[in-house]
Design a protein around this ligand. Structure first.
Ligand SMILES: CC(C)(COP(=O)(O)OP(=O)(O)OC[C@H]1O[C@@H](n2cnc3c(N)ncnc32)[C@H](O)[C@@H]1OP(=O)(O)O)[C@@H](O)C(=O)NCCC(=O)NCCS
Length: 180
């Protein structure tokens, strides 16, 4: 398990799946805001890759996020689009509603940076998020990500086009804060 100050990133467990389905992916607005495609229901037993992990797949490493104290499941985190030639990847995360706004997101980003830069030897990490997602923007910026551009009207979200912000962090600019 990878450890930050408050969170652990571990493998997906079977017991996590119904919680993640109900609390994250059945929430139409949350899913529409967090994912690039349209919301669709995920049937119980589905092998949807957001829930069921192929831990040998190249290019994508999904984690379940737990509270370090107690081990309670609080969300998901993913290093995705791993490009071993250009040594870059994207990060993504989603916390259960009851676990937001308590500093966990900032810590998850720190642990994903440790995984990307130290464990995987990457050179650049990237995040795309909706321009009105203050908590995600702040979680990224607290870890040293800088805004590199605005993708105007790039996301169709629940009836309207929204801007996305692209943030990047280079290994040389990263100042590790977590224990990793
Ligand atoms: C985005 C998300 C991962 C952030 O994690 P979090 O644990 O809620 O964020 P934190 O508690 O670490 O807060 C980070 C910063 O954002 C601020 N913040 C938190 N919630 C906020 C809100 N609703 N509005 C404005 N600012 C907010 C905090 O005050 C903190 O700022 P500070 O560093 O200046 O003190 C989490 O809210 C979430 O899972 N949201 C739904 C899914 C999602 O949007 N995923 C990202 C898709 S790209």
């Amino acid at each position: 398990m990878l450890k930050g100050d408050k969170v652990g990133l571990r493998a997906r467990h079977e017991d996590d799946i119904p919680v993640l389905r109900t609390e994250l992916y059945d929430d139409v607005v949350n899913s529409a805001r967090a994912e690039a495609g349209p919301w669709r229901p995920i049937a119980p037993g589905s092998k949807d890759p957001r829930l069921v992990v192929d831990d040998e797949a190249d290019g994508r490493v999904p984690f379940s996020v737990v509270e370090l104290a107690g081990g309670t499941l609080i969300g998901t985190a993913t290093l995705w689009g791993i490009d071993t030639h250009n040594r870059c990847a994207h990060i993504g995360l989603g916390l259960l509603p009851s676990s937001r706004g308590q500093g966990y997101g900032t810590d998850v980003v720190a642990v994903l940076c440790h995984y990307g830069f130290v464990v995987r030897g990457l050179h650049r990490l990237q995040i795309e998020t909706l321009a009105d997602n203050s908590a995600m923007l702040r979680s990224a910026e607290r870890n040293g990500f800088v805004r590199e551009g605005v993708l105007r009207s790039s996301a169709w979200v629940m009836g309207e086009f929204l801007d996305e912000v692209l943030l990047g962090l280079l290994a040389q600019d990263w100042k590790p804060a977590s224990k990793g």
